[in-house]
Ligand binder design. Structure first.
Ligand SMILES: [Zn+2]
Length: 151
C-alpha cells in the first residue's frame, strides 16, 4: 500500500525523533514534515484507517488523552496559548486518518488564525522547519511527555 504514514508505522524502530515524538499500541506522534510553524504535530493511528468511524473503541479510548497530553506538552515546550486540533485527510496520498495538533502561538498573525493556520503547511521548502529543529522539538516534547507520565 502506498501510504506515507503506514510506511513510517512499519519502521517504528528506525524512525528519527521528528517522526516518533511518542507512540503507544494505537497511536504515533510525528512533527509535520512540511510545516513552517515549529511544533506542528500529527497524531496518527498505527493501523491504516481512512475514516474516524473506523477507529476501534480501544483506539478511540486513548485519542482524547493523546490530544490533551500533546496540547499540554506544546504549551510547555512552545509557549503556545492554545492548540488547534483538526482532521481532514483529504490530500492525495495522505488519506490515513491524522489529527493535526497545532500550537496556536500568542502572536499568531490575525490572517493566520483558525483554518488559515494551514497556510503554514505545505509552505515553500525553504520555509519548512528544518530536520534538526524538528528533531530538537521532538526530543523536548518527548521529554515533557515522559516527565508528566505516560497515559
Ligand atoms: Zn496508512
Amino acid at each position: 500500500m502506498d501510504c506515507f504514514t503506514c510506511h513510517n508505522n512499519e519502521r517504528l524502530g528506525s524512525l528519527p525523533p521528528r517522526e516518533l515524538v511518542a507512540a503507544d499500541d494505537h497511536w504515533r506522534v510525528a512533527h509535520a514534515f512540511d510545516s513552517a510553524l515549529p511544533g506542528w504535530l500529527i497524531l496518527v493511528p498505527r493501523r491504516h484507517v481512512t475514516s474516524i468511524a473506523d477507529l476501534t473503541d480501544a483506539e478511540a479510548a486513548s485519542l482524547g488523552t493523546w490530544q490533551v497530553r500533546l496540547s499540554r506538552a506544546l504549551h510547555v515546550v512552545t509557549g503556545c496559548s492554545r492548540t488547534y486540533v483538526v482532521q481532514f485527510a483529504e490530500k492525495e496520498g495522505f488519506a490515513h486518518v491524522h489529527f493535526h495538533v497545532v500550537p496556536r502561538m500568542p502572536d499568531l498573525p490575525a490572517d493566520r488564525r483558525g483554518p488559515r493556520v494551514f497556510a503554514y503547511l505545505g509552505a515553500p521548502e525553504e520555509q519548512h522547519v528544518d530536520e534538526q529543529r524538528r528533531d530538537d522539538l521532538a526530543a523536548a516534547l518527548s521529554a515533557e511527555l515522559d516527565r508528566v507520565g505516560q497515559a
